[in-house]
Design a protein around this ligand. Structure first.
Ligand SMILES: Cc1cc2nc3c(=O)[nH]c(=O)nc-3n(C[C@H](O)[C@H](O)[C@H](O)COP(=O)(O)OP(=O)(O)OC[C@H]3O[C@@H](n4cnc5c(N)ncnc54)[C@H](O)[C@@H]3O)c2cc1C
Length: 438
């Protein structure tokens, strides 16, 4: 019998956990280890994947992600592991360009029948008992996309459930703060990691799924090893975005409990799309804001964007300016209906970003048979949780189909960031205002 390689997966967000789950099913006797700075059931985690809820939709103008999201949704709907966490609430997407048309065409091209259509603004205002009648339809709104088969997931709960399953099947979960990657004397093989406490973990295959921290970790590794070509070199940018929640009073809850996910779509010249998610079981309605920002800092002499360098990324320390961003999001969805809701639970969520919003799922060219990069959710990665591992493992086995291999490559032509509405266009310090002076 041939000996299975051992695997060390850094980061237990959706990219890392999905990889662990696929690997342990394919190689039940392999040594597979997940390392994360937070316990998987910690009361607060820095992972972007750890959240009350995330949108699960296949409404994409890019047909590759449309297809992939449909595949993931099929799992969310049918697999007993994921099913309890998926809510098919529908989506209400205010479109300021051809988005609805492109999504409808993609479903058609893929031969998928679903309950989705584009409706006029007048018609949309009457839907769902008029919940969105006071929304903002200015700025060239063309129509509203209604897809009854889209929805959302209890993100953190699903992440915990799948992680627990991995552990039951034999994956080891280690809490540790990884400081650097380690290499053999030739530098061509990544051998493992060293943590801030000095613990060393080794394996044959190292998978880097460290989300927003990835560029920083690679830079630290470049410095400690002298291997300059290990750096991300601008391919991966950490971006932050604010979320906020309001606990609805009973009357509002009655009205909003069956609402769809709301999305306000904008164009690259205006700004990123804004979203609002239906109330959780604790009656909390959520928004994400429109201000997406970098946090450029000097990491060992190299300027790069990374989350604040504290164990919790300062994620609960949200400035008044960023809180206002959530108030703005409330206004553009609900107008006067939401004017008296009290905003609570603000959080800054950090994700790794590429200019094209494509993931990076690729061998690292500096150590191609031992180090793999699998992250860069670019603010839309959660919904692919059930299928990410399949494609990451295909990449490691060298059998990823060409289209995906090229799209998710470490080295590829990348579009101008200005073409991407979701590209971070602020620096965090510009948005800190009063908080910075406290
Ligand atoms: C505000 C916001 C809203 C979003 N909404 C949606 C949505 O509605 N739908 C959707 O599909 N996607 C959404 N996304 C995107 C999605 O959440 C991310 O793309 C996805 O979760 C990224 O997964 P990941 O595994 O790459 O990273 P993460 O989930 O961030 O996980 C990375 C893990 O690595 C660990 N780690 C990092 N550095 C180290 C280290 N040095 N040592 C040890 N551990 C380390 C962290 O602790 C973390 O657990 C949203 C993102 C944000 C920020």
């Amino acid at each position: 019998m041939t000996q299975q390689p051992s695997y060390l997966i850094l980061g237990a967000g959706v990219f890392g956990v999905s990889t662990a789950y696929t690997l342990i099913q394919q190689y039940p006797s392999a040594k597979i280890t997940l390392v994360d700075r937070d316990a998987f059931n910690a009361p607060s985690r820095v992972a972007a994947s750890w959240d009350w809820n995330k949108v699960v939709r296949a409404d994409y103008s890019d047909i590759v992600y449309c297809k992939l999201a449909l595949e993931a949704q099929d799992v969310f709907r049918s697999d007993p592991l994921y099913k309890p966490y998926f809510h098919e609430s529908g989506i209400f997407w205010v479109c300021r360009d051809d988005y609805a048309k492109e999504v409808l065409e993609n479903y058609k091209k893929l031969g998928r029948k679903a309950d989705l259509k584009a409706v006029s603004v007048e018609e949309a205002k009457k839907l769902y008992g008029g919940l969105f009648e006071d929304a903002d339809y200015s700025g060239g709104v063309q129509n509203v996309l209604i897809n009854l088969t889209s929805g959302w997931a209890n993100a953190g709960d699903a992440l915990i459930a799948v992680t627990k399953k991995c552990v039951e099947l034999g994956v080891e979960y280690i809490v540790g703060d990884v400081e650097t990657l380690t290499f053999d004397s030739s530098g061509a093989v990544c051998t493992g990691v060293k943590t801030a406490k000095g613990d060393v973990y080794i394996a044959d295959k190292i998978i880097l799924s460290t989300g927003a921290y990835t560029a920083r970790l690679l830079e630290q590794s470049a410095r400690s090893s002298g291997k300059k070509d290990i750096s991300a070199g601008g391919r991966i940018v950490a971006g932050g975005i604010t979320t906020g929640m309001a606990t609805l009073d009973e009357e509002s809850h009655k009205r909003f409990k069956d609402m769809p996910v709301g999305v306000q779509g904008y164009t690259a010249s205006t700004g990123p799309f804004i979203g609002s998610l239906p109330p959780t079981r604790d009656r909390e309605l959520k928004w994400w804001g429109q201000k997406i920002f970098k946090n450029t800092q000097n990491v060992l002499g190299t300027p790069l964007s990374a989350p604040p360098n504290t164990p919790d990324y300062n994620q609960w320390n949200v400035s008044p300016k960023l809180k206002q961003d959530i108030d703005y999001a409330n206004k553009v969805f609900y107008g006067k209906k939401g004017a008296t809701w009290k905003m609570e639970k603000h959080r800054i969520c950090w994700d790794a970003f590429t200019t094209s919003s494509d993931f990076i799922i690729s061998p690292h060219p500096s150590c191609p048979s031992s180090l793999y990069v699998a992250t860069c959710g670019s603010f839309h990665g959660y919904k692919f949780f059930p299928v990410l591992g399949k494609y990451i493992v295909q990449m490691m086995q060298g059998v990823l189909e060409h289209e995906l291999k090229d799209k998710w490559a470490w080295d590829r032509e990348r579009p101008d960031e200005k073409l991407n509405p979701d590209w971070p266009r602020w620096e965090m310090k510009e948005l800190e205002g009063e908080r910075a002076r406290l």
